[in-house]
Design a protein around this ligand. Sequence first.
Ligand code: ACM
Ligand code: ZN
Length: 767
Amino acid sequence: MKKDLKLLVVFLIIALQTAAQLPLIPYPAHVSIKDGSFQFSNKTKLLYDSPLLASMADAAAIKWSAASTLQIESLEHRNGTIEQSVLLSLNQPFDDELGMEGYQLVILNANVVLSANTPAGILYGLQTIGQLLDAATDAKISCATIVDFPRFSYRGMHLDVSRHFMPVSLIYTLLDELEQHKMNVFHWHLVDDQGWRIEIKKYPKLTEVGAWREDRSDLHWNDRPLSKKDALKNIGGFYTQDEIRAVVAYASQKNITVIPEIEMPAHVMSVLAAYPELSCTGENLGVPPGGVWPITHIYCAGKEETFVFLENVLTEVMDLFPSRYIHIGGDEADKTNWKKCTHCQKRMKDEGLKDEHELQSYFIHRIEKYLNAHGRNIIGWDEILEGGLAPNATVMSWRGEEGGIAAAKMGHNVIMTPGSHCYFDHYQGDASIEPLAIGGYTPLSKVYSYEPVPKELTAEESRFVLGAQANHWTEYMPVDTHVEYMAFPRLAALSEVLWSPKESRNWDSFARRLPFQFVRYAKRGINASKSAYQVQINAAGASGAQGLDVSLSTEIPGTEIRYTSDGTEPGANDKIYNKALFINNTTTIKAAGFSNGKQLGAATSRLFTIHKAFGKALKLSNQPGEQYKANGEASLVDGVTGTVNHNDKNWLGFYGKDLEAIIDLGKTETLHNVWIETLHNSSAWIFAPREVTVSFSEDGKKYSEAAPLNIAPCDQSRNRQTIAAQASVNAAARYVKVIAKNHGQLPENHPGAGKDSWLFISEIVVE
Ligand code: ACM
Ligand code: ZN
């Protein structure tokens, strides 16, 4: 393994030198590469000119020694030579260009000088040297001058530890990674419906009761009923105040602010399981073992005791977290219970509030006032704009960018975290082979393309955009290694979005530096995802409709792609892809990226069906919905089956309606087999059909008796899956009629219970 890594690094260095860039992520603001190199050796000392730098110098010396197998010593520099050494120096006077987090790094043959205005700047310069060193051959780094500073002051990562409790060891791992990615905020989502995770001395039941729930991992997250009172509550956990203090102190050495999130007024069923009197109804619904929607069981905004409770909790929270900001949540509160509650209605009357949005605004204002009086500021999800924004609040824009735009125009600070680019709980590769995720599709290149400053803002208003953050909601990340898989390398892409100058951002350049980042992740034992190397397999109708042109590509340009067309797994000796493949037989293409004979990401697979109805005329009795009509009726006989992504433009979606299709084969044919590809995705309200039948006709008027197709069973623990319905037949016919019955109303336990469901079909295959 070690030898392999070394060879890979040599190969990468050669590749990089041709492109004249350094193996750094995020890429520095200004880099000037010079001739020559600095040689680390056992004589190299890590010197620092201020005792403020001692601990980070000691830590770097240990890390670099391990990375280079050298013995690098750190010591305070008083006077004398800096020959063969690395000197860390705090600037006097202040250099405006570098600001509070920037640094200058001058690498000469004889020595290296890293200077900055602050210890934070030195810390980031040390990461840069560390990255150069761990990508170096024989501990030699190129001479260069680097002047570097971040574009944004808020460079964050969020982690939900409620949906699944995460061991404190993961928090330390993430803090180490944030430091290496030059990111500076860890947003700790400590409270949600499915678990309360912070010890509060005054309210012990929060953790005795609120931190534990029934294990229903046998069911999909959204299909889990509320627990019975006597159910075993055996999964969960919480952080003690001592653990939290230690985390916060560790983070601060890495220039990372830990911002706690204490959700209110919703996402608090874990609290209400412990203290039901804080809700409007006083009911005890327990800690839910899975998803809850809509979120109606929330704090009562009318009862004074809710505010007493929250102020007491926040007092302990402020004592643990020195951050200027406390995140108070504010999202997704359904006001149904507030409308019915005498306490809430009395509060509205007494305070002259015209609706429940204003009541939520009252709630948040009141908490803001309390925190402001203690020298803190609030951050809230963009719902805190509804009913009137609290005067000093910072808005975290998650439902797109609109909330952020509105808040910036009002002169409020904003942190961008739109679902489209910053929700790292979304899929990053082919959903049929990725571990189960919430949905969406946010591959690495999409994260990299994110621009945190919306065009709608003027230069003046843009200054309120402090930065952005990646959110890790853990409904579908049960364990720490899974969090790593979702976070990395997408966090590397976001780090460059937030740190590097906008003008210098370049996907091809990032993609060339990415292999070094994978080597780093491997050395550090991080379970990074290689999904960016997955092969995307796409088809277009070939000319004359005789077959399909299938093209293969990856996000990472220049990846060597190898494929098979006989159903076997692709290997290092299979065919290399270099131009579109023409397919005129039913074929499964399997493909993967390779480098130096090693497979880079998991193999992807697509089935293309060339059959008797391929390219033939098809008529529908019911039309599909506007947003799910692919290329119209022809899509059902275009040879391309859909993926589990219902937005992939291969699916026709029928809302509350059946599919009724008649295919005209043009002439009488002998038929042996009919099957259709359908989809199940309960969160998107898509259900496999209740029943599918086929019948045949010679003249298009008189049809045979309808025969059923066998619908394959649905895996209840998996949200998205394609499902085939198939039947062997024995018929001679010109016309084929297929009827797929819509599942009907959404089931009892579904969030949309009683509403219509979608029926999705991508292909009708007639053989
Ligand atoms: C959120 O995703 N509910 C902020
Ligand atoms: Zn109430």
